[in-house]
Ligand binder design. Structure first.
Ligand code: SAH
Length: 459
């Protein structure tokens, strides 16, 4: 990030706007949303600014401009519309040490004005560091549609009731209360204009501690998808944003972790270098312990939490401890890998059966996947890179080398993704020679009628 978003306190602080035309008026409109004291520097004012001066809402100075006038300001906007004058005024403002924004001259700006979605006191600021203002406006439009106009009033009401809630309810009950307020009936009531009913409900809930929040599960086993953060589900994002602690796997992409709350604890429970040693029973133990402390726990797993992820063992531990859980599915690697290769897991009349299998089982053997490789079947082998010689040997023993197509998709959805095809008799050699890295899916497809079935692959 070359710029960093912050919310400045503006109440009672000075903002100086140099310029008396439309550009200055635009900045003035923006800052009038705050409680800052605005001074306009200009020899003459356009009509809107003049009426604001007449109403006493802003002040106007026609004095000679020296650095002193920019002193002790929260912000300075330079908006005369004349690049030469703007540059000179910028220099004066900088002499005074002011944080300065020069309209349309990003290289002269200390601070850039974001696109704003205003539901005061809820404010969303969108910035693209000047790279894509149109994109910022599109995002703003989407947010404007998603955040109901009255949302700010509801947030303000919550703000007024915070102290009372703190007196009446413990920390966990309070978190549940606010989740219910913003995710349940009060928000729905408020959004449709029944503001009094919403307020009544919230106040009653604070007094009685009785509100109909659907008790959330203690632990959510969440699928992070194959890596790209736009291949995660909306529900998964929601759980991540609610989580107090996220236990994640080594293969979970850092981009996806960014979707968690900033103050959420993040613990890597991967089993590779860089992470501590996390045997499964230790992972089970920390999940149970965190949930028992009343934390909202997300166990974030790559792909789908139900596919080769030892989720069943974690759930068994949670059940044993009497804890509730929820499973949030994700895009499994085989789906993502097929899509990357421009193909499908099944294709009517050609591949009617899909088998998901693994190159490594608990006892370090390769499962008897070969028995499933009937005609018209596609086997997706997870964790198969190291088992490639064994896979090839199994095909040879079953006399299926000639009938089986091979497609290897490595790092699907990541920048280094690759797609490789080869003859089945060259499987192990291809992986070794091309040094195809983990994580990868090896698709082995037995043709239904002897014709190639993966002709559509976009290699
Ligand atoms: N739960 C995961 C699988 C975990 S096992 C899922 O549903 O996808 C880890 C294996 O998944 C890896 O060895 C690899 O075979 C596969 N895998 C995970 N991410 C992948 C990716 N981005 N591209 C290709 N294969 C991937």
């Amino acid at each position: 990030m070359k710029t960093f978003p912050m919310f400045l306190k503006m109440a009672g602080r000075r903002v100086v706007i140099a310029g008396g035309g439309e550009q200055a008026a635009q900045k003035c409109r923006l800052i009038l949303k705050t409680e800052a004291k605005i001074t306009i520097l200009a020899p003459a004012l356009e009509d809107e600014l003049r009426s604001l001066v007449d109403e006493g809402r802003i002040s106007w100075s026609i004095d000679r401009i020296t650095p002193a006038i920019f002193g002790d300001t929260a912000l300075v906007f330079v908006a005369t519309g004349c690049p030469g004058i703007d540059a000179a005024l910028h220099d004066l403002a900088k002499t005074a040490g002011a944080v300065t924004n020069v309209v349309d001259q990003p290289e002269l700006c200390d601070a850039l004005t974001p696109s704003i979605v205003d539901r005061d006191p809820v404010v969303v600021a969108i910035g693209t560091e000047g790279t894509a203002p149109v994109l910022a406006r599109q995002i703003k439009t989407q947010l404007e549609q998603n955040l109901e106009p009255r949302l700010g009033d509801l947030a303000a009401l919550a703000g007024r009731l915070r102290d009372r809630a703190a007196m009446r309810l413990g920390p966990k009950a309070r978190r549940d209360l606010w989740r219910w307020v913003f995710g349940g009936e009060p928000r729905a009531d408020h959004a449709r204009g029944a503001e009094r009913a919403a307020a009544r409900r919230i106040k009653d809930a604070i007094e009685t501690g009785d509100f109909t929040a659907a008790a959330p599960a203690s632990v959510a086993l969440v699928g992070a998808g194959p890596g790209s953060r736009d291949l995660i589900t909306l529900r998964a994002v929601q759980r991540l944003q609610e989580a107090d602690v996220v236990f994640y796997d080594r293969l979970v992409d850092p981009d996806v972790l960014e979707l968690a709350r900033r103050d959420a604890e993040r613990v890597c429970v991967g089993k590779e270098p860089g992470c501590h040693n996390w045997p499964q029973d230790r992972i089970n133990g920390v999940l149970v312990a965190a949930a028992k402390q009343g934390k909202r726990v997300v166990r974030l797993k790559c792909g789908d939490p139900g596919v080769f992820s030892r989720g069943a063992e974690e759930i068994a531990a949670l059940k044993l401890a009497g804890l509730s859980y929820e499973i949030v599915p994700g895009v499994t690697a085989a789906s993502a890998a097929a899509a990357t290769a421009g193909t499908f897991l099944t294709e009517r009349g050609k591949t009617d059966t899909v088998v998901l299998t693994t190159g490594t089982t608990r006892d370090n053997t390769t499962p008897d996947w070969i028995d499933h490789l009937a005609r018209g079947t596609r086997v997706a082998v997870y964790m198969g890179i190291n088992a490639a010689p064994q896979l090839e040997q199994d095909l040879r023993h079953a006399d299926l080398l000639d009938e089986t197509e091979v497609l290897i998709v490595s790092q699907a959805g990541h920048p280094g993704e690759s797609i490789t095809t080869c003859a089945a008799c060259d499987l192990a050699q291809t992986i070794a020679e091309s040094q195809i890295p983990n994580p990868a899916i090896i698709f082995l497809t037995r043709c239904k009628y002897g014709e190639p079935v993966m002709h559509q692959i976009a290699v």
